[in-house]
Design a protein around this ligand. Structure first.
Ligand code: GAR
Length: 198
């Protein structure tokens, strides 16, 4: 299964995916391309480290969505990659129905809360300020409803009395790094444990 990763930031989840692939824990999935909408994003540095093409793709002038030309650019470039799975790993841009409709059941997103709680920005901070005792992370299919598509899997993270926002963030990110590669392996049709034995 050909996987394309889209990200906007430091790329720790993309790194976890690539690390899993290197260690034979990504099932039948193979990362073929990384794209970022930010020219200086650290996620792009992973390309050289892991031998995967990584490139900035101009999204257009807006901050959180594509303009029409940017959407067409992403759509056509991604179609040319023939992805079996498009992984939004910290891709901070809202996708519109035309884009989503071009890749049915193919785009998955990672979100740092137990959806449907705390959708949107700063989900870990939202959970922290709300005082919940359990939060976590979610992988879900992308639909036109932001952070609202069918949930594929989740991992819970308990908020302990001695946690700070920083320690909580670190544990949610660690949970993400475990969950996302495992979901990709499963979606590829070859469970991680089996792929390790091959
Ligand atoms: C991750 O925590 C991911 O869940 C979040 O951005 C971070 C990206 O980190 N995504 C969202 O909040 C999307 N709504 P990374 O660049 O280190 O992988």
């Amino acid at each position: 299964m050909r996987v394309v990763i889209l990200g906007s930031g430091r790329g720790s989840n993309a790194e976890a995916i690539l690390q899993a692939e290197q260690e034979g824990r990504l099932g039948g999935a193979r990362v073929v391309q990384i794209f970022s909408d930010q020219p200086a994003a650290r996620i792009l540095e992973l390309g050289a480290r892991f031998g995967v093409p990584a490139q900035f793709l101009d999204p257009g002038p807006f901050k959180t969505k594509f303009d029409e030309a940017g959407e067409t650019r992403y759509l056509e470039t991604l179609q040319a990659c023939q992805p079996g799975l498009i992984v939004l790993a910290g891709f901070m841009r809202i996708l519109k129905p035309r884009f989503i409709g071009a890749f049915p059941q193919t785009i998955i997103n990672l979100h740092p809360s137990l959806l449907p709680c705390f959708p949107g920005l700063d989900a870990i901070g939202q959970a922290w300020r709300r005082g919940v005792k359990v939060t976590g992370c979610t992988v879900h299919y992308v639909t036109a409803e932001v952070d609202g598509g069918p949930i594929i899997d989740q991992l819970p993270v308990r908020i302990e009395p001695d946690d700070t926002l920083a320690t909580l963030e670190a544990r949610v990110h660690a949970a993400e790094h475990a969950l996302l590669p495992a979901v990709i392996a499963r979606l590829s049709g070859t469970p991680a444990a089996e792929s390790r034995q091959r």
